[in-house]
Write a protein of this length. Structure first.
Length: 218
C-alpha cells in the first residue's frame, strides 16, 4: 500500500474555491516546507518531512542552489489546485513566492509560465523591467509574446507591492552587495546574483563565491 503522500500531486482532500476563487488563501495554505532533501530533478525536488515526502516544482535555475541530498532544506511554497491534482511550487525566497503568486493573477499566465519568468528574472529585476515598460525583454521569455508582455506591464506597473521593491524583506545583505560592487559589479547585478544563488546554511564566503560563479557564467 503506497504512503498517503508520496508527492504533492497525491490524492488528498482539496480546498474548495468559488469560480472567482480566493487564490491567495489557497496558495498560502502551505506557505513553507522544512525538511530533508531526498531527491533532485530538472525542475523538481523531493523533500521529506516527518515520514512524508513532498515533490515540489521549482524554477529550473534554482536546482543548482538547492543543496545536496540529505541536507536540510526550507522552501517557501505556493499550493495550486487543479481539477485532478494539488501541486506545490517551491522557492528559495519569500520574494520569489510572492512574485509567482502575483504573476498568476494575470490573465494568460499559468504556473509553468510564471516559473519560466522566475527562471529568467529575479524578483528585483522583474520589478525594474515592468516599471520601465520593457516589453521586449519580457517577451524574450519562451511562451510570452508581445501581447502578453504588454498585459504584464499594464496590470503590474506601479502595483507591485512587494517588500523587495523598497529594499526591505529578504534582500541580500548590504555587506555582500558592497563586496561585489567593490569588484566592479553593479548594485542591481550584485543583488540579483546573490538572490539567484541563495541557499540554506551558506556562510558569507560561500554566498560570495556562488554569486561570483553565477556572474562569471552570464
Amino acid at each position: 500500500m503506497p504512503p498517503p503522500w508520496q508527492s504533492a500531486t497525491s490524492t488528498i482532500p482539496r480546498p474548495t474555491t468559488s469560480k472567482c476563487g480566493n487564490r491567495s488563501m489557497v496558495s498560502t495554505l502551505i506557505s513553507s516546507i522544512s525538511g530533508t532533501l531526498r531527491g533532485v530533478g530538472a525542475d523538481w525536488v523531493d523533500v521529506a518531512v516527518g515520514g512524508v515526502t513532498f515533490r515540489i516544482s521549482v524554477p529550473d535555475t534554482s536546482v543548482n542552489s538547492i543543496g545536496r541530498v540529505g541536507e536540510p532544506l526550507r522552501l517557501h511554497t505556493s499550493l495550486q489546485v487543479r481539477e485532478d491534482s494539488l501541486i506545490l511550487y517551491g522557492f528559495l525566497t519569500e520574494d520569489e513566492r510572492q512574485t509567482f503568486d502575483t504573476l498568476l493573477n494575470i490573465s494568460g499566465i499559468g504556473p509553468r509560465l510564471a516559473l519560466a519568468m522566475l527562471a529568467r528574472f529575479s524578483p528585483q529585476s522583474l520589478v525594474q523591467t515592468v516599471e520601465e515598460g520593457d516589453t521586449k525583454t519580457l517577451s524574450a521569455v519562451p511562451g510570452i509574446g508581445r501581447r502578453t508582455a504588454s498585459r504584464i506591464v499594464l496590470e503590474l506597473k506601479g502595483k507591485l507591492d512587494l517588500d523587495f521593491a523598497d529594499g526591505r524583506g529578504s534582500a541580500p545583505d548590504s555587506e555582500l552587495v558592497d563586496a561585489l560592487t567593490a569588484l566592479g559589479y553593479g548594485d542591481n547585478e550584485a543583488r540579483e546574483a546573490l538572490s539567484r544563488t541563495a541557499s540554506n546554511g551558506q556562510s558569507e564566503e560561500d554566498r560570495i563565491r556562488a554569486a561570483l560563479e553565477y556572474l562569471a557564467g552570464e
